[in-house]
Write a protein that binds this ligand. Structure first.
Ligand SMILES: CC(C)(COP(=O)(O)OP(=O)(O)OC[C@H]1O[C@@H](n2cnc3c(N)ncnc32)[C@H](O)[C@@H]1OP(=O)(O)O)[C@@H](O)C(=O)NCCC(=O)NCCS
Length: 157
């Protein structure tokens, strides 16, 4: 499935390291948050914790004033877990800043034990509904390329 770029952030001075470029720890916090929200929307439950984060490759730097975009995608649904990937890119250049290809979340019961989530397939959420995808096709511009890819893959259902 295509990565869907939903969230954008504008880099401010408090997001930078001593070199004046984006601080990696801040970026990892945002990635965990972005991936959690995606997992939460897909599983429909808030009792979800991060279990595993794979290798993290910082591919390029970002600087003050850059706008960065977060793309997420399902890798696989397990029984109690869901695996995602998250890539972050520069909005203007489309250059990848960081790629994390396996982030695993586990759904928990109220005692904190893994519980089956019962979800087996990706469902577009929120603005990725049939109507917005139809509009994306109508307004077929580069800005909507991810939505169009999704529509082609899943038919907007
Ligand atoms: C999440 C937690 C309850 C899981 O406990 P556990 O004993 O490892 O659970 P299980 O062995 O039953 O595994 C649960 C799921 O995680 C998956 N999993 C376990 N270890 C994994 C690993 N290293 N990598 C990827 N997936 C893993 C299992 O495959 C299983 O998925 P499935 O049911 O879809 O097959 C426990 O590890 C925990 O509380 N960790 C701390 C979480 C946390 O604080 N995160 C940071 C803040 S959000």
């Amino acid at each position: 499935m295509a990565l869907l770029y939903r969230t954008r952030r504008w880099l401010k001075s408090e997001d930078l390291n001593a070199m004046g470029t984006l601080f990696g720890g801040r970026l990892l916090q945002w990635i965990d948050e972005e991936a959690f929200i995606f997992a939460y929307c897909q599983l429909g439950m808030t009792n979800v914790v991060t279990k595993f984060i794979s290798e993290i490759e910082f591919k390029s730097r970002a600087k003050l004033g850059d706008v960065i975009e977060f793309g997420t995608d399902i890798v696989k649904f397990g029984t109690t877990s869901v695996a995602l990937r998250c890539h972050v890119r520069n909005k203007r250049t489309k250059k990848v800043i960081v790629a994390v290809d396996n982030i695993v979340f586990v759904s928990l019961d109220n005692d904190g034990k893994p519980i089956p989530h019962g979800i087996t397939k990706f469902e577009p959420q929120g603005r990725w509904s049939r109507g917005s995808l139809d509009r994306a096709i109508e307004n077929c511009t580069e800005e909507y390329e991810d939505e169009i890819e999704l529509y082609k893959t899943y038919g907007g259902d």
